[in-house]
Structure formats: C-alpha cells, structure tokens
Design a protein around this ligand. Structure first.
Ligand code: UD1
Ligand code: CA
Length: 461
C-alpha cells in the first residue's frame, strides 16, 4: 500500500519516497519483499502515483526475476479499497502479504514467521502491544490469548475496547482466494466512512477460518512514518541499531549516536571510526583502518591499515574508489570515481583525485589535482600542480612514470607522458612528453634588473 497522502509530511514528495538511511521508504519495503522469494509484488499507488510508479520502474532493474507491477487507487477510500484494486493482479493459489510503503523496517524473518503462521490457509495478523495504543486498530479476543475475533479501529472502538493494548500493525498474510472473497464483502459503514481492510477478520471468524496473531515486541519493525519528526526518530533508532551491530563485531565508534550508514558498511578487525562520519552505498574498511571525524565515504574499498584523516570526502559512485594498504588520505582530501590508490599512497589536504591510478608510494600532499592520470611508484607530485585533462571537448590521459618528481605549481597538459625518474621544475607548463631521467623546465626565464626604482606618484602643485 503506497497510495496514502502523507498530509503531515507537508511535502510535495509522496510520503513513501522520503528517505530513511539513504533510500526511499518504499525501497526498503520492496527490498524486504524481494528477499522473500515472492512470486510478484503489486504496488498500490494513488497520491503522487506518477512519481511512485517511476521510482518502481527505476528499481525494477535492481531486482531481476522479481515481477513488480503498479495498480492505481483513485480516489483513496481506505485500506480495504486499496487492496481491492490489487486483487485482480493476485494469483488465486498464492498467499498475499499486505505491507505498508510507509513502514520501512519490517524484517524478512518476521514476515517469514507470519507466512508460516498463515500456512496457506489461515489469516495471520502481525500484532504488537503498545503502552499507548491511541489511533491503532485493537485486537479483540474472546479472552487473554483466546482466538482473535475482530480488529476494531480506534475511532469505532468502545471505551472498553480502547483499553486493549494489543494492536494491528497493518501487516497480514492471507490466502489470496479467501482474501478476494472477503474484499468483495467490505462496506464503509463505520466512523470514518472507509473500506477497512481490517474488517476481513470478522469475515474470517464467520467463515470458520482461524485467525492467527503473530505478536512481536520490536516496535521499530512496525513503526510507520507520518511526519518529519517520526522520520527523524526512526532514522536515529535505525542508525543506533546499525551502530550497535558494528560495535558487536568489534568496530570502535567514538560515538554510536554520531554515525550514519546509508547502505552497507563492512569492516575488518580493529577499525576505529571517529564522530560524524557518513557511509553511503557499499563501503568496505579493512583491518586496522582509522577514519577521522567528519568524513563522508561512499562506494569505496579501503585496505588494511589505511588512515582517512578528518573531513575527507570519498565518493566512488559507479566506478568505485580503492585506497591501498597503509595509505594516508586527508585531512580535507577528495577522492572521486575511479581513484585507485596503491599501498602507502599519501593524499594530503585539498588534493582531488579522479579516474586516476597511483602506484605504491606515490604522494600528492598539498593543493593538487590528478584527473585521468596514471602515476607510477614513488612519484612525488608537488603542491599546486594539476593535470589539465580536459581540452573543452575531450578528456586526455597524463602518464607520470615511476620515481618522477613534479615540482610545485606545474600544469601537465594531457595527453603527455613524463618519463621515469624525470623531474619537472616548479612552475612549468608541460605540453610535450619528457624523456626519462631528465630535468624538464618550461617557464619564463628569471631576470633581475639592478637598482630598479618603482614608479612614484607625482607631487601635486
Ligand atoms: C491502519 C489499520 C489499523 C492499524 C494501522 C497500523 C485499517 C482500516 N486500519 O490504520 O488497524 O493499527 O494501520 O498503522 O487498515 N492507504 C492506501 N489507500 C487508502 C488508505 C491507506 O494506500 O485508501 C495506505 C497508506 O498510505 C498507508 C497504509 O495504507 O501506507 C495504512 O494507512 P493508514 O491511513 O496509515 O492506516 P490507519 O488508518 O492508520
Ligand atoms: Ca497509519
């Protein structure tokens, strides 16, 4: 179900497209559903349907073999009405799991247990006890732990029913054939004038179908998002849970409350992460890696013993970034897609590296740019030097062979090769390849004019 308006988000973006841990709420739910080996997934859209459907289109490529389909619910007349729109797309012999696009952290194991409770024949409800059940549908039983008789929505509940703390999570598993028959019997004679999906419970009871409640106690899994405050609260709870998982694996976090993992972070042994770091996409940190405060690291592999000093920004995007063993990066370094750094490489402050390979021991310590470059072992790349890789139309490569020393403030105009062991004098603009072992200088000759007197202002009369 992803048709609801999300009025309290006060946003132009459909609610289910707001992000938790870097991905759309709906994406979390799709990802979990895809992990269940479901035959197909039907997304019920309504508010912001076009945007939600285009998101589903984008995601389809990430889940080959998982058939995703959208149906529209217009207007939105309640959760029962929503599922009615999906009914024709559901195979009669299957089990339907109803999920909410705004309940992102439901766990696959919980759903497997719910499906097991359904067992192809029963109506299985996911329930939870809340200290404050206000607003939720109450699970009405004949007595304590007696069979479930009905779900009564808060607005329809009597005072006595409102005392019940067991609530319906919004998630159920139900045989498709049964569900379809019950959906056909729904009406909207209730406090909200809506078609309630929850009314299927009383039909199940009337038809002699067992209603099983699978009761969990993990509130995060069934937490729904209705407002920016709830989104932020769930984000922090989710991040803290990820931080605790990392610490349980031995990762040392300076402050588990100041870590954000928006994707997958895998860590070796003895990893240290200082405060305010953000990890996005797929990031792998080897043994003994240290990450300083305020780093943003996305889609990168950092080898054993590397140190990422504070305020470093690494984003491999699709090409990835690789940092070699024992490399020292930052502070204030920027590694862009295709930066492949060998063992012991040093990248210092205000150095940008893009689509470049630096062999073991190469160093660029200050204020420099390396783009589309192949840099040999032990090269020393001076402060303020840049590869001019772009001629306004095309990108060209710069090759700097092993043991080259590039002075400060050089411009290497690609395509160009600096021969092994060569030296480029500071301030040179290099447009032609240089031979191995040579000192190459390309700058204006220095002249000094003796006893030079500076122009002076004329005295006024
Ligand atoms: C629903 C349940 C309630 C349960 C609660 C848990 C019903 C009648 N009630 O209540 O028992 O405790 O969830 O959060 O089902 N949606 C549509 N189309 C609609 C209406 C809703 O797609 O016409 C979607 C919403 O976007 C949302 C989900 O269905 O993702 C649940 O809707 P919501 O309005 O939050 O349900 P509640 O009334 O809170
Ligand atoms: Ca709700």
């Amino acid at each position: 179900m992803a048709a609801g308006k999300g009025t309290r988000m006060k946003s132009r973006l459909p609610k289910v497209l707001h992000r938790l841990a870097g991905r759309a709420l709906l994406h979390h739910v799709i990802d979990t559903a895809a992990g269940l080996n479901a035959r197909s997934c039907v997304v019920i859209t309504g508010h912001g349907a076009a945007e939600v459907e285009s998101k589903i289109g984008q995601l389809a490529g990430d889940y080959p073999g998982f058939a995703m389909q959208c149906v529209r619910q217009e207007p939105q007349l309640g959760t029962g009405h929503a599922v009615q729109q999906a009914a024709p797309a559901l195979a009669d012999d299957g089990v339907v799991v109803v999920l909410s696009g705004d309940v992102p952290l439901i766990g696959a194991d919980t759903l497997r247990a719910l499906i097991a409770a359904c067992d192809g024949q029963h109506l299985a409800l996911l329930t939870i006890d809340f200290a404050d059940p206000t607003g939720y549908g109450r699970i009405v039983r004949a007595g304590d732990n007696a069979p479930v008789l009905a779900i009564v929505e808060h607005k329809d509940a009597t005072d006595a029913q409102r005392q019940i703390r067991e609530v319906y999570s919004g998630i159920m598993a139900v045989p498709a054939r049964r569900l379809k028959a019950w959906l056909a019997r729904l009406d909207n004679r209730n406090a909200q004038g809506e078609y309630y999906l929850t009314d299927v419970v009383k039909f199940a009871v009337a038809d002699g179908v067992t209603v099983a409640a699978h009761r969990i106690d993990d509130a995060l899994q069934v937490a729904g998002i209705n407002s920016p405050a709830q989104l932020a609260e769930l984000e922090r709870a989710h991040q803290l849970r990820q931080a605790n998982t990392l610490m349980a694996q031995g990762v040392r976090l300076a402050d588990p409350a100041r870590l954000d993992v928006r994707g997958e972070l895998r860590c070796g042994q003895d990893v240290d992460i200082d405060v305010n770091c953000i990890f996005e996409g797929r990031v792998q940190l080897g043994d003994d890696v240290r990450v300083g405060a305020n780093c943003v690291i996305a889609n990168a592999t950092i080898a054993d013993g590397a140190v990422i000093h504070p305020f470093t920004h690494i984003d491999g995007e699709k090409l990835g970034v690789a940092v070699g063993e024992g490399a020292l990066i930052g502070p204030f370094a920027r590694l862009r897609p295709g930066a492949q750094l060998g063992a012991g490489v040093h990248i210092g402050n205000f150095v940008e590296v893009k689509n470049s390979t630096l062999a073991a021991g190469a160093k660029a310590n200050h204020l420099a740019y390396l783009g589309d470059a192949t840099v040999g072992e032990r090269v020393n790349y001076g402060a303020g030097s840049i590869t001019a890789n772009y001629d306004g139309a095309n990108k060209h490569r710069t090759v700097i062979e092993a043991d080259v020393h590039i002075g400060s403030n050089c411009v290497l105009i690609a395509p160009v090769t600096i021969g092994a062991g060569g030296t480029v004098g500071g301030g040179s603009t290099i447009t032609k390849s240089t031979p191995p072992g040579a000192l190459s200088v390309a700058r204006g000759k220095q002249v000094s004019i003796a006893n030079w007197s500076r122009p002076a202002k004329k005295e006024r009369a």
